[in-house]
Write a protein that binds this ligand. Structure first.
Ligand SMILES: [Fe+2]
Ligand SMILES: [Fe+2]
Length: 253
């Protein structure tokens, strides 16, 4: 069974950590002013929007699960949402650092929020999972491609946190899948991959300009996302269990 206490401790330690040091957004930006920087600011502002939100539905679901069979899951999910909100604050600082503007509404964000509510709760959770994988892959690509110390520093931190998020979700869904009958579990996996393909395509379409401005093309984006999905699926498998801390190599996803 999922060790919720381990995750509560993980999120608490993560919130209190001081290394690596927080990126210095008061330093002068190393990317020259111009189109590439504007595109990056706008792209990060979209992700900033995605990281905000109270996660009300997710928290309500976690409260039900916690009461029925998994004590502590509600607390862990609360701390997970708080960490995403911290990402939103860091990303907001980063957007301002680049000279960009925050967004109040954005079509992909709107589509995701609508799409999530469309079908059922499992569907909604799967959209969240796929967005986590695509987000992690996107931050990892930027961490390599953007020639700016602060942006790279932020992206590395975000990737490390997102690896933790996906491990957290895998811990939960591994048990869920185990209790489903094989047909239903197969259907879950198929639905997950389908949603993943859509999420990846939408994210690519939305962020392709910003990524291309820093030399990252479609094939690179797709293969990085695919690696992320496969890694997550390996954690979902029964053998993916027993994962302790975050292996350093995984930060290169
Ligand atoms: Fe995040
Ligand atoms: Fe996340």
């Amino acid at each position: 069974m999922m060790d919720t206490q381990k995750w509560i401790e993980h999120f608490a330690a993560n919130a209190a950590r001081t290394s690596p040091p927080a990126p210095d957004f008061l330093a002068p930006c190393e990317i020259p002013q111009g189109r590439a920087r504007d595109l990056l600011a706008s792209s990060l502002a979209t992700f900033q929007l995605g990281e905000t939100g109270e996660g009300r539905k997710l928290k309500a679901y976690a409260a039900r699960v916690a009461a029925a069979r998994l004590p502590g899951y509600d607390r862990a999910v609360e701390m997970f949402v708080a960490e995403e909100n911290r990402h939103a604050r860091h990303l907001a600082d980063c957007v301002r650092y680049l000279g960009g503007r925050l967004k109040g509404a954005q079509w992909t964000d709107f589509v995701f929020r609508r799409l999530r509510r469309l079908i059922n709760l499992q569907f909604e959770l799967q959209v969240l999972l796929t967005a986590e994988i695509v987000g992690m892959s996107y931050y990892a690509l930027l961490a390599d491609a953007v020639p700016d110390t602060a942006v790279r520093g932020l992206c590395r931190r975000l990737v490390a946190d997102e690896v933790g998020h996906l491990r957290f979700h895998a811990d939960f869904f591994r048990d869920e899948l185990r209790t489903m009958n094989p047909l239903l579990a197969g259907l879950w996996r198929w639905q997950f991959r389908t949603i993943f393909a859509v999420t990846r395509a939408v994210a690519w379409w939305d962020h392709r300009g910003a990524l291309a401005a820093f030399g990252v093309g479609r094939r690179q984006i797709h293969s990085r996302c695919r690696r992320g999905r496969r890694w997550f699926e390996s954690k979902l498998a029964p053998a993916g269990e027993g994962a302790g801390g975050i292996a350093l190599g995984e930060m290169n996803l």
